[in-house]
Design a protein around this ligand. Structure first.
Ligand code: CA
Length: 224
């Protein structure tokens, strides 16, 4: 069971989602506007946010950015609900760290499958602490550090770093990273991967050099 915040201004759709998610045993709340969504999220931090991108007050991508910027909320999973033709917004949302998206019109069954998949990814069993040179990552406590100093990573950056630490010395193509870290097919521009690698390296400071670029292919964590 998860706490799910449904951010959707279409009343019928919001009701349908609420009904079906409650039937699956989840605890849901509905917000009709972006402003309300942020207030609700702060009051009751959700495990998952179903985020409509076209809201009456602010774009959904802005809500995703705000969620990711607040430490107490940055662990929330985000599934964007988008319409055809919102390609640019969708890419922006994924770059901001959304976990997945569905395109309207979608079937309730499809959405429930996505929700299950995203929640399953966040409930992975406690794993051992991973290290590489000065980098240390504790998956069970969701903590990362360099030379003992904590590094604040978004949920997505954390998964990205974990993927590298679990596969030292092995080349990870952008496509493989997209499917493993984002859980989506390479339909999204692979430039998204580059953007996140850049940010992750910056956050890791000097230790970020351990993530090497393999020209024309992808990335690799330097062998120890
Ligand atoms: Ca809408």
């Amino acid at each position: 069971m998860a706490r799910i915040l449904i951010v959707e201004d279409e009343e019928d759709l919001a009701g349908l989602l609420e009904y079906n998610l409650e039937a699956e045993g989840h605890n849901t709340e509905v917000s009709r506007t972006g402003g309300q969504a942020i207030a609700r999220a702060r009051a009751h931090p959700p495990d998952l946010v179903l985020l409509d991108l076209m809201l009456p007050d602010v774009p959904g991508s802005e809500i995703a950015r705000l969620l990711r910027a607040e430490p107490a909320l940055s662990g929330a999973r985000i599934i964007m609900v988008t319409a055809k033709g919102e390609e640019a917004d969708r890419v922006k949302g994924l770059e901001l760290g959304a976990d997945d998206y569905v395109v309207k019109p979608f079937s309730v069954k499809e959405l429930l499958l996505r929700v299950r998949a995203v929640l399953r990814r966040s409930e992975a069993p406690a794993a051992e602490v991973l290290t590489h040179r000065a980098i240390k990552l504790d998956p069970s406590r969701h903590e990362a550090s360099v030379d003992g100093s904590p590094v604040a990573l978004t949920a997505l950056e954390f998964r990205l770093l974990r993927t590298f630490l679990e596969r030292p010395g092995r080349v990870q193509t952008r496509e493989k990273l997209l499917s493993h870290v984002w859980g989506i097919d390479a339909e999204v521009t692979t430039r998204t991967v580059d953007t996140h690698i850049k940010r992750l390296r910056e956050k890791l400071g000097g230790a970020g050099e351990g993530i090497e670029t393999v020209r024309g292919v992808g990335y690799r964590l330097a062998a120890e």
